[in-house]
Design a protein around this ligand. Structure first.
Ligand SMILES: [Fe+2]
Length: 388
């Protein structure tokens, strides 16, 4: 059975005001040290205080949150007993909140025991509102949280459940205005890849297709504008909306191989998710085009590429992605990202193993074997086309 899941989404200028209407007498705000210092936490607290409520703040979420970090948040939740959890921040904060929410409601569960097959029975104690401060992961609209298992030096990518889709997502453009240029670039590339992979993977469907195509179109148009002029409110708003649309698209479809390689690169080389996925994207399009050129040519079409041959249109799409990355000054290869030959050689075995195990790999339009994954990583490292 397939059904489309979405939070209630408030969007546009001053949409934060919707927060004061969300029910909750005890609110746990989960954020990170950077966001809490930029004045955004204050805006959220002021809005929450329009109603009488008890409020607790946890502001120590780490980047790419580990199990231990999530357990710390959960300990605060079980002490404070919130009936509303407000996640304020990028994907890391929202994902940590999702993890802590599960442990708070289900202390009998371990994080690595949660998968789409687990019945969680959430919302007996609290609901979740997400207020993203990046325009990228779309975690405010998705059913998944990416948590890092430090003991195994890998990212868990099956911590997912329909029940984890937040109840509310609030997309107020004020919250992304302060996003630094570099983070604007790489979180935007993550959103772009999510849109592309949602559209081509084996679980694609009509409902996700529409959101995916429009998010891709909006990102090609507005991401360079948001990067060039960080104060361009329209560009900020459009990229913010596009990121959540890409999240909705892939959460109701899936991502694919670029997310599998991206998670492996992130876990092993500690690269930000958007950088790792951004680098992977054009190589995975080239590799997958043998089995999905017609889908990639649809994408090429919505960004204005007019070409009859689907294969040629796909090549032109790859060119457009690379030009966008060059505009955003993000690395086009692992070598450009600062990975040395010896670091690559030492870790390529683990990269292959983690990619091979990822659920994102099995839904890619072309499913690689281990040798093909190795070749793909070599192409990504050297910056050579993945035409094999
Ligand atoms: Fe992503």
């Amino acid at each position: 059975m397939w059904f489309f899941t979405s939070p209630k989404i408030a969007f546009g200028e001053d949409s934060l005001e919707q927060l004061s209407t969300v029910e909750g007498k005890r609110v746990l705000v989960i954020t990170d040290p950077v966001v809490s210092k930029l004045g955004m936490l204050e805006l959220v607290l002021n809005e929450l205080k329009k109603e009488p409520r008890a409020i607790e703040v946890f502001d120590q979420v780490e980047a790419e949150p580990s199990f231990e970090n999530v357990e710390k948040v959960a300990a605060v939740a079980s002490r404070f007993q919130p009936d509303l959890i407000a996640a304020l921040g990028g994907g890391s904060c929202i994902d940590a909140a999702k993890g802590a929410w599960v442990l708070y409601e289900r202390p009998d569960l371990k994080l690595d025991a949660v998968s789409p097959m687990t019945k969680l029975d959430l919302r007996k104690k609290a609901r979740l509102v997400a207020i993203p401060t990046t325009a990228g992961t779309g975690s405010d609209a998705t059913w998944v949280a990416i948590l890092t298992d430090k003991a195994q030096n890998m990212k868990l990518d099956y911590f997912a459940s329909r029940e984890l889709v937040p109840d509310y997502s609030i997309l107020d453009p004020r919250f992304v205005l302060k996003l630094p240029k570099e983070a604007t670039a790489y979180t935007g590339l993550d959103a772009l890849d999510q849109g592309i992979e949602a559209y081509v993977n084996q679980w694609r469907n009509d409902f996700a297709d529409g959101l995916a195509l429009r998010s891709i179109q909006m990102l090609f148009e507005y991401l360079p504008k948001a990067f060039d002029d960080p104060d361009d409110l329209q560009a900020r708003q459009k990229t913010q909306n596009a990121a959540t649309m890409s999240g909705l698209a892939f959460s109701n479809s899936q991502v694919g191989l670029a997310h599998a390689t991206g998670h492996a690169l992130g876990a092993i080389f500690h690269m930000p998710h958007g950088v790792a996925v951004g680098i992977s994207n054009p190589y995975v399009v080239q590799f997958s085009s043998r089995d999905a050129a017609d889908r990639y040519s649809d994408i090429a079409c919505v960004i204005g590429i007019r070409e009859e041959s689907a294969q040629k249109a796909t090549e032109m799409l790859v060119g457009s992605i690379k030009r966008l990355m060059a505009h955003l000054k993000t690395p086009l290869s692992l070598h450009e990202a600062g990975i040395s030959q010896s670091a690559f050689d030492d870790n390529v075995g683990s990269l292959i193993e983690q990619t091979n195990r990822s659920t994102c790999t099995f839904v890619n339009p072309r499913v690689p074997d281990a040798e093909e994954i190795r070749k793909l990583f070599v192409c990504m490292f050297e910056g050579k086309p993945a035409n094999f």
